[in-house]
Ligand binder design. Sequence first.
Ligand code: MTE
Ligand code: HPA
Ligand code: MOS
Length: 752
Amino acid sequence: MKNIDSYTHTRGESVYLDDIPTLTGTLYGMVFGSPLAHGKIIHLDISEAMVSEGIVRILTYKDIPGKNQIGGIVPDEPLMAEDEVHYNGMPVAFVVATSVEAAAAAVKKIKIEIDPLPVITNPRVAKANGSLIVPPRTFKIGDINKAFAECKYVIEGTAETNGQEHLYIETQGAYALPAENGAIKVYSSTQGPTAVQRHMADVLGIPMHRIEVDVTRLGGGFGGKEDQATPWAIFCGLASFLLKKPVKYSLHRMEDMRMTGKRNPYTSDYKIGLDQHLNIIAYEVEFYQNAGASADLSPAVLERTLFHTTNSYFIPNVTATAYSCRTNLPPNTAFRGFGGPQGMFVIESAIAKAAEHLGISASVIQQKNLVKTGDEFPYGQIIESEAKVCWDKLHDLNDIKKLEIEIADFNKKNILYKKGISFMPICFGISFTKTPMNQARALVHIYTDGSINISTGAVEMGQGVNTKMIQVAASIFSISPDWIKLNSTNTYRIANTSPSAASATADLNGRAVQVACEALLERLKTIAAESLQCSVTDVEIKEEIIFINGQSADMSWKDLVMAGYLKRISLSEHGHYATPGLHFDMSKEKGHPFAYHVFGTALTSVTVDCLRGTYEVDAVQLVHDFGTSMNPMIDKGQIEGGLVQGIGWMTMEEIVFDEQGRLRSNALSTYKVPDIYSVPKNIDIHFLDTQNDNLAIFKSKAVGEPPLMYGIGTFFAIRNAIKAFNPDSNIEYAAPMTPEKVLLGLYNTKND
Ligand code: MTE
Ligand code: HPA
Ligand code: MOS
């Protein structure tokens, strides 16, 4: 089935927040953010701004009727600063005016006097100062001390990954309308409608049942709208609530880049130990996560880093400790992979460094240590592994020996161009790591003409979840998808939603749709059995026709629905699904947090221009464990998009904050993302079609986040090409591998 949005997308008719027609009298808001990253507010002067043309009101924390608090995991984040600011761009006031231009002009006239405090941007410094968001956590298996004593090779090192700007095409925004009796309706570009509802209720001091959050679709989220869509929606809601007027705020790209958090940068120290057969028998690692100024989702991101510490490998002795460090940057947040990629980069760096030390290819160590079914991860879950199958299939598709010879040949013949390859196996756990979040609901209405309307808690952000929801219902009823319409995501129709995140949206909401549809199907079959005088088990619907014992009865889907209505049965159902079997004990850091794991392996080849430091990704070939894909076209799109986003993170996307905590890469002229010229020349995706019974929907494994991690392979392929040019290069294990870094790496040596 084609993505149901492709028709309106290509015609420019799809509705995003900014396409919602505004009502007469709509006001426009804009945030005044702190010009400094840390300090005490001495004085806020809004007098000049208040007489600016078109100004209606300027809100500060003093105008909040409820709590000035929006922290999700830790209550450490005010909606607006009170007497201190903790990052450059932190909201201090919200200006409301008759037009966007008037609001922008007024924001410029606000004056603030701040007594500066020391600015910390480095997580190691924050840790040394004891400035942690939550207490550190340690995942442990076996005994590393004993194991290290038995190792033949022990290698230590440091690895670093920078942040990443989400760069959803649609910036953050919201549009709030006052409703009767002090209720609010808000259109929000959010992955988490319930998060918006809950925090807005707290800020306004009203119950959640008065807040209707509605989401048609997002122009991308990538994790950036899991928690961080909330403040903008509350600003609009607050102004609308107080002024009894519709209020809209759609952020300018530069505001969005400056004020919102990004992927958490990490710096990490590791020690890896191998025995004489190259089995990794010990791994010790300390992760320093740059959380930014408040917790946001960082503690949960930190946890997933720990879960993915060993990536796709079995290591019997591991101690991994993670620190969430408070700095004066915008609060960092969820980003595709959610801490997993950060953890995986470190183990891949450790393996690459060990291989270099031993003078062998990293793939020898990788292959040797792939996790097998029955192995235990440091957090106690026993694995059902497809790691080796993916690895082997990729090797069946290629003559790796020949490829290696070809590359060595090329590198010998060419002085200024060098090629490099790498393998990147991935293993990603599916489920929210916080067990209670693994639940979802769906509401299915069948109308008397046979058409169906479905609501779920799933938010469409380009990943194609709405199409998959329709596929679930169409397949259960055996009717054409044309009969089925998916509704906007709305907190009045579906309550207590988990955010659309953790790659689990289709699994959770799809299962809820399945539960509701199967209940309706049973009810309708009973009606068919009654009117056709047969047993319920003899009834089947096939392509909108009712069959009895395989014989077509003179009854269509439409007839059956009408018969059900006349018999006064309910043609509506609310389905609930909670993933079974999940548990995790934080006091022991052991349990079974994931419904299943997704596996895959990518082979990346690159060419580096050794005069310029530039590079091209020649090809990425990968074998990916899709389970039984529900929609190969959509899933392939997820792989391509995720891969390229991962390559961007690893190569060109460079976030730069200066020592004062000011974002210098604050526009598309200073922050480079992959374009058509930087994508791999060839992306070759092979489906590993597994039929195992798992907890996904229709056996189709989740696909949203895992492919991002294939992009990590590009870093190591470029590194190998640099080493082919200059074996003594001192190039560090620090991403992104920008052309500047490549150039330095090509000509610097270890002794420099
Ligand atoms: N694909 C598109 N086009 N746009 C997005 O914003 N977000 C990614 C991934 N793929 C995203 C995307 C992230 S971070 C997640 S968690 C999943 O989609 C969420 O959707 P799913 O749970 O339906 O896979
Ligand atoms: N993944 C993504 N988003 C989340 C998670 C998770 O495990 N937990 C809370 N939000
Ligand atoms: Mo995705 S980072 O779980 O929104």
